[in-house]
Design a protein around this ligand. Structure first.
Ligand code: ADP
Length: 256
């Protein structure tokens, strides 16, 4: 069936529906860890629990993990809401070194990296690009963290590369050779709250499913595009292309 172009009213209805879905999903995602925390809090009030130091510690650990999760969901929702405003000047553009931005991100992920077997290959030129560094850190962080998070127990390769194209656009690629994304899931992974069911860890706290939707929105706010292809256990490759990255800032801002 060919989809018809939307008129103003149905476009608005679709966007209202999207907002409603977002709120309903967000409430659900927050409610689950909150209920768990409340349950454990009740446990903690029991004298039998309080008398047992080890038990108290493990209850506190679980509560801690769920609080961290709530915190992350709220942080990510704030980022989405900022990106949603869609105002050109909601980006805080400036010139920054994209290679050192990638290095900072990897440093932030050091604790996770140390626990895993990762072979990193970073080939990003020492270039100043124009953009909002906060969102670029977020883009790289979410993509690299996903590669790590989805492959906790296997040795993997992660390759991050960047290059300037002939038309002055800039391409960034993030590759890993881990578990990958099954073909039926691929069309949905940029959707909010979408997670690949097969990947949900049994004993770990699941991700929010917001990471890639933030990546996509942040790339688009810079006038760029993001694509993905994945062959499980062979390659998962995200390719970002942003236009006119090198020109004077005013020129870039007006073309965004
Ligand atoms: P999450 O918070 O779950 O990481 P994302 O929006 O970042 O949410 O990712 C959506 C889903 O896409 C993840 O739950 C995961 O199943 C899948 N995914 C993303 N990146 C990768 C990757 N590099 N390898 C395998 N699966 C991935």
């Amino acid at each position: 069936i060919k989809s018809l172009p939307m008129d103003g009213i149905s476009a608005k209805a679709a966007s209202d529906q999207e907002t409603q879905d977002f709120v309903a999903n967000a409430v659900h995602e927050l409610k689950t860890p909150l209920s768990i925390i409340l349950g454990y809090l009740e446990n903690l009030r029991e004298p039998a629990t309080l008398d047992d130091k080890d038990l108290t510690q493990s209850v506190l650990d679980v509560m801690d993990r769920h609080v961290v999760r709530i915190n992350r969901i709220v942080d990510e929702m704030l980022i989405i809401s900022k990106l949603e405003t869609r105002e050109k000047n909601s980006l805080d553009r400036g010139l920054f070194n994209i290679a050192s931005c990638a290095r900072d991100v990897i440093e932030r992920l050091e604790i996770v990296i140390k626990k895993q077997q990762v072979d990193f290959d970073i080939q990003i030129p020492e270039l100043e690009i124009s953009g909002d560094q906060f969102y670029w850190s977020q883009i790289l962080f979410n993509l690299i963290e996903n590669s790590l998070k989805q492959n906790p127990d296997t040795a993997i390769k992660i390759r991050i590369s960047g290059e300037v194209n002939n038309d002055e656009s800039f391409t960034i690629r993030v590759f890993d050779n881990g578990i990958g994304i099954p073909p039926p899931d691929l069309p949905f992974i940029f959707k909010r709250f979408y997670r690949v069911k097969k990947h949900l860890p049994k004993n770990h706290i699941k991700g929010s499913g917001l990471g890639l939707s933030i990546v996509k929105q942040a790339v688009e706010a810079h006038g760029g595009t993001i694509t993905v292809r994945s062959i499980p256990n062979v390659e998962t490759l995200f390719v970002i292309v942003v236009p006119h990255f090198k020109g004077p800032i005013e020129e870039i801002a007006s073309s965004a």
